[in-house]
Design a binder for this molecule. Structure first.
Ligand SMILES: [Zn+2]
Ligand SMILES: [Zn+2]
Length: 295
């Protein structure tokens, strides 16, 4: 059992406390810290290699890559996605069991020829392309519990039946070619969401038997966040326990968690270390005193 942490710090508020907030985690023997493009290196087990252009071009169109270059965020976007690709390869090969990827920019609004909503390159899609091409992966799953619809991911895998994509969001139910959209009410109780996840996994993931699972995890649905659907902070740890159990039940524990939406620094500091502890089977203390004020 080993957990990889893939770090890329991008300017901005939410990850300002990292990697310092991972104190007490990074020093464990079964935790490996991978660094991409980090200016103040704390400790790095291995550096993350950038993505070759031909791999990027297999997923995104050349005009889109050019448009990303024009934003000035190209390097950050590339290293964000590179963390996911690097995590996926290491999880696939068994070097680590699971991974948490700090992305500076998200994934799921990046399609073949479009991007937006803070997403430039679709790291999960690029990683999947690489696993299919270099390792002959056959059955790959993406679970998306960011508060918003993953239009980019849906677009990229529309016709690809080797990829099961389950998106939980307020859009209506839809199902085609192993793409499933599960409707989540715009205000939902933790327990109801978790029940929805259990049912969905039972119905789709169990049959599909993925060889690896990517999880687009965003905390933007937490109460007080910009995508507020009424979830509490504890919801995320419960969800992580459920997802981890499911991945174990259906396959080989291969899980890559990709940080997606969420803007608050206090929530990042509260949620992320515990998410990683759950992945790494470290004890998680439930201390409600540290819960921030949720408006
Ligand atoms: Zn959706
Ligand atoms: Zn979102």
């Amino acid at each position: 059992m080993a957990t990889g942490i893939f770090f890329h710090y991008q300017q901005g508020e939410r990850l300002r406390d990292f990697p310092e907030a991972l104190q007490g985690i990074l020093d464990k023997d079964h935790i490996f810290y991978f660094d991409a493009f980090y200016p103040h290196k704390l400790r790095s087990s291995f550096d993350v290699e950038p993505i070759p252009l031909e791999v990027l071009r297999a997923v995104h169109s050349s005009p889109m890559i050019k448009r990303v270059k024009e934003t000035g965020d190209f390097a950050g976007a590339l290293y964000s996605a590179a963390g996911t690709v690097s995590a996926a390869v290491r999880v696939w090969s068994g070097e680590i069991t699971n991974a948490f990827v700090f992305t500076g920019y998200g994934d799921h609004h990046a399609g073949r020829d479009f991007f937006g909503g803070g997403c430039y390159f679709n790291g999960a899609a690029i990683a999947i392309h690489k696993l299919q091409r270099d390792f002959q992966a056959q059955r790959l799953a993406i679970i998306d519990t960011d508060a918003h619809h993953g239009d980019g991911t849906w677009d990229l895998f529309r016709q690809n039946r080797q990829v099961l994509y389950i998106c939980f969001c307020p859009e209506p139910f839809q199902e085609m070619n192993q793409k499933v959209n599960i409707h989540v009410p715009i205000q939902v109780k933790d327990e109801d969401y978790l029940t929805l996840v259990e049912r969905t996994f039972q119905r789709y993931v169990k049959n599909f038997q993925p060889e690896i699972v990517f999880w687009n995890w965003g905390y933007d649905g937490t109460a007080g966040e910009y995508g507020d659907i009424g979830l509490t902070p504890e919801f995320h740890w419960k969800l992580a326990t459920v997802v981890k159990r499911w991945v174990h039940e259906v396959g080989q524990d291969r899980l890559v968690v990709i940080l997606c939406g969420g803007g608050r620094r206090d929530l990042a500091r509260l949620l992320i270390p515990k998410m990683i502890k759950i992945l790494a089977d470290l004890p998680v203390e439930s201390n409600s005193r540290e819960l921030p004020n949720i408006m």
